[in-house]
Design a binder for this molecule. Structure first.
Ligand code: CUA
Length: 428
């Protein structure tokens, strides 16, 4: 290779190496496993580092020995036969014992960590049932009577014990910064528990290939102060907006706006908005805690880290009439008899009791739709209802767009879809 040719390769290679190196220093990596925020994560982190450093030590020793032997015993005077050591008992015992000792050094901390992380959770843990579906997550809080989807709220400092099962194929529950992975398998409940140590918003994933939209089976975890969690859970337990007498709603609403974060939300904080008036009260200027005191006691959207908001592009061929404006009241009426009710539950709407799809009681309070694939706003919700299979490959939710499916029963015009989307958005 000529000097010129070498330089031609060397410069870009060095530049690339430098770019990769520098970007690693400068980028915030939200999904890293090297930044544990729970005791489970810490145990695994300590083990990983211990094994990494032990492995490094063995590597350095072996390579040093190898280099030493290569140099010292290199053939200096031609083709002599090397000394034959076959059948040397001392050597054979030696190189059997050394790996056994090394394995013992690996086994002791590993088994210790396995026992730690497989132990039963503390008795007063928050119980969460995690049910995997193709391709979304169902979360149930049996102690609170709350059922939700794709977004977990967890109190900081309280152990959360997850009971993992699946409705269909094998999935795997994984929040890189909070815990290790654990599979959701058929006919058996797996458990995993951890205690979040700080308040934040985290990304969660399905970590086991489970079909076409495996990569689109995501969820969010919001770790919040215990009082905020109680407020959130109390609100999630309430009926959907518009399904209870408005007097209740006004009382709860005024109670919630008084003086910052809600601790007393165990009161019947029923629907705080009515269809067609889906505007949530603005959060206070200086929130004491992370969770806003908006109607739904949820993580304030303005404070969501930018990497929590999905940026999935929508299919170019799928369009929606931009001039159409939805009406939540019309949407509420339409929903009661729409095919949606076969698969979705909305607490407080007697006809809507389906359990195949996500519970939509407070769907408007969630930050994402479609298993964390799109942000939860009117535009994405409209496209989703119109043609879910185009938005998410393999989606079990059928398409409802009249323009897409033709004039058959159970399809909707853009106006009707806009009404449905307005209604769903109002379910804070
Ligand atoms: Cu569920 Cu992959």
């Amino acid at each position: 290779m000529t000097r010129d040719l070498r330089m031609r390769w060397l410069t870009p290679a060095l530049a690339l190496l430098l770019a990769v190196g520098l970007s690693a220093c400068n980028t915030f990596t939200p999904n890293t496993i090297f930044g544990a925020h729970s005791e489970f994560g810490h145990s695994v982190d300590v083990l990983t580092r211990k094994l990494l450093y032990l492995g490094l030590l063995v590597f350095v020793l072996v390579e040093a020995l190898l280099l030493f032997i290569l140099v010292k015993f290199r053939d200096k005077d031609g083709n002599r036969e090397a000394k034959q050591i076959h059948g040397n008992t001392t050597l054979e015992i030696g190189w059997t014992l050394v790996p056994a000792v090394i394995l013992a050094f690996i086994a002791v901390p590993t088994i210790k960590t396995i026992f730690e992380t497989q132990a039963r959770a503390v008795p007063n843990a928050l119980q969460v049932e995690v049910i995997g579906h193709q391709w979304w997550w169902e979360f149930r809080y049996p102690q609170y009577g709350v059922v939700t989807a794709n977004e977990l709220y967890l109190p900081v400092g309280r152990t959360a014990n997850f009971a993992l099962t699946t409705k269909d194929v094998i999935h795997s529950f994984w929040v890189p910064q909070l815990n290790g992975k654990r599979d959701l398998i058929s006919n058996h409940t797996n458990y995993i528990w951890f205690t979040p140590d700080s308040a934040f918003a985290w990304n969660g994933f399905c970590a086991e290939y489970c079909g076409t939209s495996h990569a689109n089976m995501r969820f969010k975890v919001f770790t919040v102060a215990p009082a905020e969690f109680e407020a959130w859970a109390a609100h999630q337990k309430t009926n959907a907006v518009g399904s209870t007498p408005p007097a209740n709603a006004i009382a709860a609403d005024s109670g919630k706006q008084a003086g910052g974060p809600v601790v007393t939300a165990a009161a019947p904080a029923t629907g705080t908005t009515t269809p067609g008036n889906a505007k949530a009260p603005a959060p206070p200027a200086t929130p004491v805690m992370l969770v806003s005191d908006t109607a739904s006691s949820t993580y304030p959207r303005a404070k969501l880290p930018e990497w929590v908001i999905p940026k999935t592009p929508t299919p170019a061929a799928l369009t929606f009439d931009a001039n159409v404006e939805g009406d939540a009241a019309r949407g509420a009426t339409l929903f009661k008899t729409a095919p949606c009710i076969a698969c979705h539950t909305i607490r407080g709407v007697p006809t809507a009791a389906g359990i195949v799809g996500p519970n939509l009681t407070h769907v408007g309070s969630r930050t994402t739709i479609a298993g964390g694939l799109y942000p939860n706003d009117l535009k994405h919700l409209q496209l989703w209802i119109k043609n879910a299979p185009a938005m998410k490959p393999g989606s079990l939710m059928p398409l409802f767009g009249k323009a897409e499916k033709g004039d058959t029963p159970g399809v909707y015009t853009d106006q009707q879809i806009a009404d449905l989307a307005a209604y769903l958005s109002s379910l804070k």
